[in-house]
Design a protein around this ligand. Structure first.
Ligand code: FES
Length: 106
């Protein structure tokens, strides 16, 4: 289980418990958190689930794979710390993580 805080672009925070094995995108959609659409259902094909991950959490995440890299390239608000939340699977190691949504997903 990971307690995950999603921060909207306007600063509004939503903290939820995400079961291990669930992606951060799935949990956000299921809980109606604004700013993460997940249009492709997690197939790494829409990039509407992008989040910014603080530097201190980067090392706990899986490497960016080719498909994710390709989709991130389509995001006009991509930053160095951008990740697709459908590729981030909750685990105890991510307990306490905070991710921020870009303005373009509002
Ligand atoms: Fe479509 Fe993540 S949900 S790329």
């Amino acid at each position: 289980m990971a307690k995950v805080t999603y921060i909207e672009n306007n600063g509004t925070e939503h903290t939820i418990d995400v079961p291990n094995g669930t992606t951060l995108m799935e949990a956000a959609v299921k809980n109606g958190i604004p700013g993460i659409d997940g249009d492709c259902g997690g197939a790494c094909a829409c990039a509407t689930c992008m989040v910014y991950v603080p530097e201190e959490w980067q090392g706990k995440l899986p490497e960016v794979e080719t498909m994710e890299e390709t989709m991130l390239d389509f995001c006009e608000r991509r930053e160095d710390n951008s990740r697709l939340s459908c590729q981030l699977v909750a685990s105890d190691a991510l307990d306490g993580i905070r991710v921020q949504m870009p303005e373009s997903q509002h």
